[in-house]
Design a protein around this ligand. Structure first.
Ligand code: UD1
Ligand code: UDP
Length: 366
C-alpha cells in the first residue's frame, strides 16, 4: 500500500492539441506540487502558434517526451501515437495517466494506458454531440468507456454517462477551461496589445474561428460560412486554423479571405485570443472551447454547427446553433437577443483543485 509520506503518485499527462494545453495547464499547475508529473506531448499540433505559445503563456513545463507524431489520417495518426505512447508508459510505469477532451491524442493515450492496466483519468468526460460522424464523438465515447475516473464538467455529462451504463468513479468537478480563463483574463487585459495592433474598437468587430471537419471537409458548407462572414456588417477578425487555410486553398476560395471586412490573421496565443473574445461584439465559431469562453465572458455566440455538446450554453440563450447555411447564419446574427440572465455554468473555476483533491484522496485510501 502506498502512503503519501512514502511516495508521491506518478502521473503521465498526455496532451497533443491546442485545447489540451489550455485544459492541462490548470491541472498541471496544482498537480506539480502533489505528484510527480511527466508531461507527454504527442506532437499532434506542432506549429509554434498551435503548441509552444501555450506552454510559454500558461507556464506549462517543457514536456519530458515529445513523440513528434504530427499530422496524418485518423488511423495513421492514432496508430503511431498508440505505439509510441505505449513505449513511454512501459518505461515510466505511472500510477495514473491523465487525458483531456476528445482528440486523437486523448483516445490514443487512454487506450495505450488501459491495455497496460494503468489507471486512466479522463478530464472533460461525458460530453456527447450524438453525432458519430464527428471524430471527436468516437474519441469521447471510447475514452469514457475505458477510463477509471471520469471528471465531468456538468450534470448533463453525468447523465450522458449514466445512459451508457457508466456510473462508477464519475465526479462532477466543473470545467478546467474556466480555471484557465480566470488565470488568463487579467493577464490578457494587461499584457495583450492585440486590439491596438489590429486597430479594433471594443464591440465593433466579430471574431470567427472555423476548424471542424464537418465544415472544412464540406466545400458547400465552408463556402456558405465564408460567404456569411464576408456579408457581415462589421470587421470580422479571423484567426485561421491551418486545416481551414489548406481547405480554402484546395477549394480555391481565397477570394473570400481578401474581402474588405475580413481581418485574416494567424492562430493566436491564448492571451491575445481571450482579449479578442472579451471585446468582440459577437463570436462565430465551431470550436467547443470558444463556445464556453464566449459564455463565461458574456459575449453572444453563434455556433457554426448543427448540434453542440455544450447544450447548457444554448439553453441559456447566449449561444445559438446556426449550422452551415449562409442565410440562417446571417439571420441568427441579426436577430440575436442578449438574455437577461447568466446562470453559472460548468462550475466555479476551481475544477483543477477538485481533480487534484480527488487524486490525493484516492492515494490516501489505497
Ligand atoms: C484537432 C482535433 C479537434 C480539435 C482541434 C483543436 C482530432 C480528431 N481533432 O483537429 O478535436 O478541436 O485539434 O484545434 O483529434 N496542421 C498544421 N499544423 C499543426 C497541426 C495541424 O498545419 O501544428 C494542419 C495539418 O494540415 C493537419 C490539419 O491541420 O492535417 C489537421 O490537424 P489535426 O491535428 O489532424 O486535426 P485538427 O483539425 O487540428
Ligand atoms: N484559441 C487560441 N487561439 C486561437 C484559437 C483558439 O488560443 O487562435 C483557444 C481558445 O481560446 C480556446 C481553445 O483555443 O481556449 C479552443 O481550441 P480549438 O478551437 O482549437 O479546439 P476545440 O475547443 O474546438 O476542441
Amino acid at each position: 500500500m502506498k502512503n503519501s509520506s512514502e511516495k508521491k503518485l506518478k502521473i503521465v499527462t498526455i496532451i497533443g492539441a491546442r485545447p489540451q494545453f489550455i485544459k492541462a495547464a490548470a491541472v498541471s499547475r496544482l498537480l506539480r506540487d502533489e505528484a510527480d508529473e511527466i508531461i507527454m506531448h504527442t506532437g499532434q499540433h506542432y506549429d509554434e502558434n498551435l503548441s509552444k505559445v501555450f506552454f510559454d503563456e500558461l507556464d506549462i513545463p517543457t514536456p519530458q517526451f515529445n513523440l513528434g507524431v504530427g499530422s496524418g489520417t485518423h488511423g495513421v495518426q492514432t496508430g503511431e501515437m498508440l505505439a509510441k505512447i505505449e513505449t513511454v508508459l512501459i518505461d515510466t510505469q505511472p500510477d495514473w495517466v491523465f487525458v483531456y477532451g476528445d482528440t486523437n491524442s486523448t483516445l490514443a493515450g487512454a487506450l495505450a494506458a488501459a491495455k497496460l492496466h494503468i489507471k486512466v483519468a479522463h478530464v472533460e468526460a461525458g460530453l456527447r454531440s450524438f453525432n458519430r460522424r464527428m471524430p471527436e464523438e468516437i474519441n469521447r465515447i471510447l475514452t469514457d468507456h475505458i477510463s477509471d475516473t471520469l471528471f465531468c464538467p456538468s450534470e448533463v455529462a453525468v447523465e450522458n454517462l449514466a445512459n451508457e451504463g457508466i456510473t462508477e468513479k464519475v465526479v462532477i468537478v466543473g470545467d478546467v477551461m474556466a480555471d484557465s480563463l480566470s488565470y488568463a483574463a487579467e493577464k490578457a487585459e494587461m499584457n495583450s496589445g492585440i486590439l491596438e495592433s489590429l486597430n479594433l474598437e471594443p464591440g465593433q468587430y466579430y471574431l470567427a474561428t472555423v476548424h471542424r471537419a464537418e465544415n472544412t471537409d464540406d466545400p458547400l458548407r465552408l463556402e456558405n460560412i465564408l460567404d456569411a462572414l464576408t456579408s457581415l456588417d462589421e470587421k470580422v477578425v479571423f484567426p485561421i486554423h491551418p486545416r481551414t487555410r489548406l481547405a480554402i486553398k484546395n477549394y480555391r476560395y481565397q477570394h473570400y479571405l481578401t474581402a474588405s471586412n475580413i481581418e485574416l490573421i494567424d492562430p493566436l496565443g491564448y492571451l491575445d485570443m481571450v482579449r479578442l473574445e472579451a471585446s468582440a461584439r459577437m463570436i462565430l465559431t465551431d470550436s467547443g472551447g470558444i463556445q464556453k469562453e464566449a459564455y463565461w465572458l458574456r459575449v453572444p455566440c453563434i455556433t457554426l454547427r448543427d448540434e453542440t455538446e455544450w447544450v447548457e450554453t444554448v439553453q441559456s440563450g447566449w449561444n445559438v446553433l446556426a449550422g452551415g447555411d449562409k442565410e440562417i447564419i446571417l439571420e441568427k446574427v441579426l436577430n440575436f437577443e442578449i438574455p437577461e440572465n447568466h446562470p453559472e455554468l460548468y462550475g466555479d473555476g476551481k475544477a483543477a483543485r477538485k481533480i487534484v483533491d480527488c487524486l490525493i484522496q484516492s492515494l490516501l485510501s489505497s
